[in-house]
Design a protein around this ligand. Structure first.
Ligand code: SF4
Length: 315
């Protein structure tokens, strides 16, 4: 791949299906701010600098990716556009070797919000029975998200901490995409999914619950996650933040404010979209950010993190 390669958008045929679940489209109704709009502009000869606002506005929520019939990795293309705007290339990402042996360890990689909530972090690690990563690589992931070069040696030192690791459980779904790029073959699972897979967790979900999936983790791993979550929703009767295409509607709680611009959607708008016309007795979230976000949106329903379901039985 040549430096500053931004290819991939050519496959878009402009059907517009990917705009339906896009939070930017939902709130702005400006097609140029969506992936389809960027693809059309680039197909017409626009340079990345001419669509900078659109590239920056993207939440990298991944909602447009499963909607594409042409198998286009929309998130990767937007990441490449951001890198191109900064004169950086994914080619420069350092790669590592994955430990494929069954004796390899699993590791919980928290994000900033989970690190701050020490009790929840300790509780999650205890439930999963795995250690917490000493280096969560948040600066490296932020550089990846914003398309910037990480500080010298940081990406390499972060990858080194994963030597001997077989599986990573992450609080930020974007880490899945980063690991696919630098440590292909490493198993990466979202924290919510990992907790839901523990014995007894799913039985604590009720038909009157709304379960808010961490959208990045789900959408960027759609083919594997969709049947898993659909099955849970059917078995327990709980509702989820899924649209008719079974794509997860993002709350935007993880939005990187550094990349945001005036077009970045408001989180309260996202919450309203998810709750519109529905009523619930409780909201269960996978992402710690969503706890604060629901509070800010003045949602008057009890909110619990999925880790807090442990030991609870459905009535
Ligand atoms: S990743 Fe999300 S915010 Fe970005 S274009 Fe796709 S749906 Fe819209």
């Amino acid at each position: 791949m040549p430096t500053n390669d931004i290819s991939g958008y050519e496959k878009c045929n402009g059907c517009g299906l990917c705009t339906l679940p896009c939070p930017i489209w939902q709130q702005r109704h400006d097609a140029l701010l969506t992936f389809a709009g960027r693809a059309r502009a680039l197909q017409g000869g626009a340079k990345p600098g001419e669509i900078r606002d659109s590239v920056d506005a993207c939440l990298l929520c991944g909602s447009c990716e499963p909607a594409f019939a042409m198998d286009i990795r929309t998130v990767d293309i937007t990441l490449k556009l951001r890198a191109a705007l900064n004169g950086y290339s994914k080619e420069e990402l350092p790669h590592g070797q994955v430990n494929q042996s069954s004796s390899g360890r699993a590791l919980l990689v928290p994000n900033a919000a989970l690190l701050e909530n020490k009790d929840l972090l300790k509780h999650s690690a205890r439930l999963l029975d795995i250690p917490v990563a000493e280096d969560n690589g948040s600066d490296v992931l932020e550089a990846f998200e914003t398309g910037r070069r990480p500080k010298a040696g940081r990406a390499v030192s972060f990858i080194k901490t994963l030597t001997g690791i077989r599986k990573v459980i992450t609080a930020d779904g974007l880490l899945k995409r980063y690991m696919q790029a630098v440590l292909p073959g490493l198993e990466v699972i979202g924290l919510g999914e990992a907790l839901l897979r523990l014995p007894g967790m799913q039985t604590a979900l009720r038909p009157t619950d709304l379960y808010i999936i961490e959208a990045r983790s789900y959408n960027m791993d759609f083919n594997r996650c969709m049947p898993f979550y659909t099955d849970i929703s059917r078995q327990t009767g709980c509702a989820m933040n899924l649209d008719l295409q079974r794509i997860a509607i993002p709350t935007g709680g993880y939005t990187n404010t550094e990349t945001g611009n005036e077009f970045t959607p408001q989180n309260t708008g996202q919450i309203r979209w998810i709750l519109e016309g529905r009523s619930f007795n409780r909201i269960v979230v996978e992402s710690v950010e969503d706890i604060g976000l629901l509070k800010n949106a003045e949602v008057d329903i009890p909110v619990v993190h999925v880790a807090e379901l442990a030991g609870e039985d459905a009535p």
